[in-house]
Structures are given as structure tokens and as C-alpha cells.
Design a protein around this ligand. Structure first.
Ligand code: MLT
Length: 260
């Protein structure tokens, strides 16, 4: 098995470990409001997944399981046996891979704005077209296409600054990392069968106006995981941690604080 790339990790705080896994195609910067809020009580780790932010991209195709396996040395190097794993969207796909294949490394699970199904055939075609476009034209057109869909109408009207920030993050991403992640997402398996076997405390969070991974999809995930709670952040789209950070942090901290 090829060696895992050494990921860049943003870290803050001390206490029980919380691992924050970012979405596509951004990096650990998207967790800035959570690093600040959680660090008072937790040891927070926010890695850049392979190819994003400051992490290297191995020159080979990758699967979502590879993205997940990259995180094990992040925990091992720090002597962390178990972490509360929080994944948003693509980060949720990675978190579900960990939950299925490395269940013993999780103390809790938080799935945000994600899905457990595989891509449809049309979705797979869209991934291929987007990857080709990123490699041909760079990341800026990907940012042009994506930003509006990530944010709720309320956020777009009230927080133009966030739209600009998201655009810059996506436009700054490596086209090769974008293409690699798209290939990994396109090939990911249906993990609905994993949900009933998840045995750690689980919270599902979804923006009430998320059109990328809808409230209905996230409600179905919560309903399939024994004892899971669902929190809906009204007025937010696909990135409630950035659109409504205070409310997102409140529900996340209440959940983490409640785990004995
Ligand atoms: C993400 O936010 O990580 C992506 O929208 C996930 C996806 O494209 O399936």
C-alpha cells in the first residue's frame, strides 16, 4: 500500500479530541469559526485533505477510503486513540468510511449536510465533466458555478462577504486536487447499510435550505442511525457552520458536552 501523504493540520485547544473533516473543494479554513469555539474545551484537529490547503497530493487516483485512511496517522502521531469525527458533505463521506472501516477510532460522529447514497449515473457524468473542466480551465470557473448553490438565499442576501470568501477558497484550490476528489466521490459506495451499525453517539446537522444535500436526505440518515439526533439550522444552506456559525457551534457543543 502506498504511504499516506503527511497532511497539514490546524490545531487548537486541549481535552478530548475532535477531528473536523472539510468539504469539497475547500480546506480546513472552512472550520475557522469552529476551531475558535471548540478550543476552550476540546483538542481540535482540522486537517487539509490530500491536495487541498497545504497538504500534498500524491500523483495517483484516490478513493474516499484513501482520504479516510490519510487521517489515521494524524491521530496516531498524536497518540489519539479515539476522536469525535465531524464531517461536512465530502467530509461526511470520509467520516462514514471511517465509521465503517475504523469504527474503533470514533468516540462520536457528527454528519453535516451529507449523504449516504452513491452518485446517480447522471451525478457521475457531472463529476467527470467538472473534473475535465477543472483540469482544462482551472478552479475559477468551478468557483463561479458552485458558490451560489452552496449558500441559502438568506445568506446570499445578507452576507456577500461570505460568498466572496468561499469563491476565493474554491478558486484557490488545486485543479488536480479537485479532479482527484471528484474521482473519489464518483466512485464512492452506497453506505446506507453502514448506518444501522453505527454504535457511537451521533448527531446529524443540516441547513434548512440546503439544496445540495437536502434536509430530507439528512433526515433519512439520522433516522437510520440508532439513537441519532437531527438538528436543522434554519436559514442556512449547504455550509451552516459558516452561514450560521453561532447556532451551529451551539448545537455542536451541546452534543459534544453531553457525551460521557
Ligand atoms: C461538498 O460540499 O463537499 C460537495 O458538494 C459534496 C458533493 O459534491 O457531493
Amino acid at each position: 500500500m502506498p504511504a499516506a501523504p503527511k497532511l497539514h493540520v490546524r490545531e487548537a485547544g486541549a481535552g478530548r479530541a475532535v477531528l473536523l473533516i472539510h468539504g469539497f473543494p475547500v480546506d480546513s479554513s472552512m472550520w475557522t469559526p469552529q476551531l475558535a469555539a471548540l478550543a476552550a474545551r476540546y483538542r481540535v484537529l482540522a486537517p487539509d485533505l490530500r491536495g487541498f490547503g497545504e497538504s500534498p497530493l500524491p500523483a495517483r487516483p484516490a478513493t474516499i477510503d484513501d482520504f479516510a485512511d490519510d487521517l489515521l496517522p494524524v491521530l496516531d502521531r498524536r497518540g489519539i486513540e479515539r476522536a469525535a469525527v465531524v464531517g461536512l458533505s465530502m467530509g461526511g463521506y470520509v467520516a462514514l468510511s471511517l465509521a465503517e472501516r475504523h469504527a474503533g477510532r470514533l468516540s462520536a460522529l457528527v454528519l453535516c449536510d451529507t449523504r449516504a447514497t452513491a452518485d446517480s449515473e447522471a451525478g457521475k457524468k457531472g463529476r467527470t465533466a467538472m473534473a475535465d473542466r477543472a483540469l482544462r480551465e482551472g478552479a475559477a470557473p468551478i468557483a463561479d458555478d458552485m458558490v451560489k448553490g452552496l449558500l441559502s438565499r438568506a445568506t446570499l442576501e445578507s452576507n456577500r462577504g461570505l460568498a466572496g470568501e468561499l469563491w476565493a477558497w474554491i478558486a484557490g484550490a488545486s485543479p488536480h486536487a479537485i479532479a482527484t476528489a471528484l474521482g473519489a466521490m464518483r466512485a464512492r459506495p452506497d453506505r446506507r447499510g453502514v448506518l444501522a451499525r453505527i454504535a457511537v453517539p451521533t448527531l446529524v446537522i443540516v441547513g434548512g435550505d440546503d439544496t445540495v444535500t437536502t434536509p430530507a436526505e439528512n433526515e433519512a440518515i439520522a433516522a437510520a442511525i440508532p439513537g441519532a439526533r437531527l438538528e436543522r439550522i434554519e436559514g442556512a444552506g449547504h455550509v451552516p457552520n459558516l452561514e450560521r456559525p453561532e447556532e451551529f457551534n451551539r448545537v455542536l457543543l451541546a452534543f459534544l458536552d453531553g457525551i460521557v
